[in-house]
Design a protein around this ligand. Structure first.
Ligand SMILES: Cc1cc2nc3c(=O)[nH]c(=O)nc-3n(C[C@H](O)[C@H](O)[C@H](O)COP(=O)(O)OP(=O)(O)OC[C@H]3O[C@@H](n4cnc5c(N)ncnc54)[C@H](O)[C@@H]3O)c2cc1C
Ligand code: FES
Length: 342
C-alpha cells in the first residue's frame, strides 16, 4: 500500500492525507482547500509555502523559482513538493481569495473535434464523461498518453458548457504534447485523460470597472471563456478584447468575435497584426492599446499569452495609470527542464 503522510495547512481546518509521491498542491485542491497557484509546473513561484514542521522533497523545483537560500529557510513550491514526513505548511499567499473554487478531479473524455484554425494552431474539443465545474479563465492539464506527463491548456468554452471543453493549442516544434501528440497522432474519437480545473486566472464576479482583455496567439483561449461568461451574466460594463498576432494567418475566431461584438454593444473587438498591414489595427498589440487609451485609470485588465507579451502589456497599462491590483495575468510559460530530486 502507498505510504501517506498528514499535511496540515496552518491557520485553516485543513488536515490532509497525502500520498508520499503526491504534490501538496494536488492533494489540497482535490480536498477543495485553496492554495494560490498559477502554473502547477514549478515555473511561476505563486504557490510558495513555508514548511513550519516536518520535511518535504522538492523534486524538480527550479532554482529560479526556489533559490537555495529559500529552500534552506524552509520554503517550498506546493505544486512540486511532496511530504517526506507529516508536515505543517503555511501558504505565503491568501488561502481565501474571495473566489468560489471547484475541486480538482481527474477526467476522461473523447476528442470530438480537432481542426487547424490558424498557422500552427489547432482547436481541440473534448467531450467529458462527467461534468467539470470551473471558473471562466481556468485551465486543465492534458495527460500525454504513455508518459503520465501533463501540459496546461486553458478552457476556451464558458463554464456553462461543463461537458464540452474547447482548447486552443499552438505547436511547439519538438514539443512533447504538441508536436509529439496533438499535432501528430491525436485524432477525433481518441480517448483523452485530463485533470482540472486549475489556476487562479478568472473573472467570476460582477465588477464595476471596464476590462481590457489582451491575448497573444492562443492566449485568446481563456479570454474567450471570460468574454462569453461575462456577456451571459453581464459582469463587466465594457469589454475591450485585443488579440495580437503577427500575420492574418495567426488570427482565429475573427468572424465569431466580429459577430459577437455586433450583437453586444459593450464588446469591442480589436485584433492587431504586427507584421502585416491590413484594414484592422496595425502594430504590436500593446502599442495599439497605448494608442487607443490616453488613460486606463479605473479600468481592469486580463492578460494571457507568452511571458514577453504580458510583461509589455503590464508596462503599457501602468503607463496609462491602471492600478496594478486590477491587472490579472496568465503566462503560458514552457515547462521546466526536468532535473533530479533534491
Ligand atoms: C497556465 C498555463 C496555461 C497554458 N495554456 C495554453 C493554451 O491554452 N494554449 C497553448 O497553446 N499553450 C498553453 N500553455 C503552454 C502549454 O502548456 C505547453 O507548454 C506548450 O503547448 C508546449 O508543450 P509541449 O509539450 O509541446 O512542449 P515541451 O516538450 O514542453 O517543450 C519543448 C521545448 O520547447 C521549449 N518551449 C516550449 N514552449 C515554449 C515557448 N512558448 N517558448 C519558447 N520555448 C518553448 C521547451 O523549453 C522545450 O525545450 C499554457 C501554459 C501554462 C503554464
Ligand atoms: S510554481 Fe507552483 S504554481 Fe507555479
Amino acid at each position: 500500500m502507498d505510504q501517506t503522510h498528514r499535511v496540515r495547512i496552518a491557520g485553516t481546518d485543513t488536515d490532509l492525507s497525502v500520498a508520499q509521491d503526491q504534490p501538496i498542491l494536488d492533494a489540497a485542491l482535490r480536498a477543495n482547500a485553496w492554495i494560490p497557484h498559477s502554473c502547477t509546473q514549478g515555473t511561476c513561484g505563486t504557490c510558495k509555502l513555508k514548511v513550519l514542521c516536518g520535511a518535504v522533497d522538492h523534486h524538480g523545483s527550479p532554482d529560479y523559482t526556489l533559490t537555495a537560500e529559500e529552500r534552506s529557510s524552509g520554503l517550498a513550491l506546493a505544486c512540486m513538493a511532496t511530504p517526506r514526513t507529516d508536515v505543517t505548511v503555511e501558504p505565503i499567499g491568501a488561502v481565501d481569495d474571495g473566489v468560489p473554487h471547484h475541486p480538482l478531479r481527474d477526467y476522461t473524455g473523447t476528442v470530438i473535434q480537432l481542426d487547424d484554425i490558424a498557422a500552427n494552431t489547432r482547436r481541440l474539443v473534448v467531450e467529458l464523461d462527467t461534468e467539470m465545474t470551473f471558473n471562466a479563465g481556468q485551465y486543465s492539464e492534458l495527460i500525454v498518453p504513455g508518459t503520465g506527463v501533463g501540459r496546461q491548456y486553458s478552457m476556451a468554452n464558458p463554464p456553462s458548457e461543463s461537458r464540452r471543453l474547447e482548447f486552443h493549442v499552438k505547436l511547439t516544434p519538438g514539443g512533447l504534447a504538441t508536436d509529439g501528440w496533438i499535432f501528430s497522432s491525436l485524432s477525433v474519437g481518441d480517448p483523452i485523460s485530463l485533470r482540472g480545473p486549475l489556476g487562479q486566472f478568472n473573472l467570476v464576479a460582477e465588477q464595476p470597472q471596464p476590462a481590457i482583455l489582451i491575448g497573444g496567439g492562443t492566449g485568446l483561449a481563456p479570454l474567450k471563456s471570460i468574454v462569453q461568461h461575462s456577456l451571459a451574466h453581464q459582469l463587466v460594463p465594457e469589454i475591450y478584447l485585443y488579440h495580437g498576432g503577427r500575420r492574418r494567418e495567426d488570427l482565429y475566431d475573427f468572424e465569431y468575435f466580429t459577430a459577437l461584438s455586433e450583437d453586444n454593444a459593450n464588446l469591442h473587438y480589436r485584433p492587431a497584426l504586427s507584421e502585416e498591414t491590413w484594414s484592422g489595427a496595425n502594430g504590436l498589440v500593446t502599442d495599439v492599446v497605448l494608442e487607443d487609451f490616453s488613460s486606463c485609470k479605473g479600468m481592469s485588465a486580463y492578460l494571457c499569452g507568452p511571458p514577453a507579451m504580458i510583461e509589455a502589456s503590464v508596462k503599457a497599462l501602468k503607463r496609462r495609470r491602471m492600478a496594478p491590483r486590477l491587472i490579472f495575468r496568465e503566462e503560458f510559460t514552457p515547462a521546466a527542464t526536468p532535473k533530479s530530486n533534491s
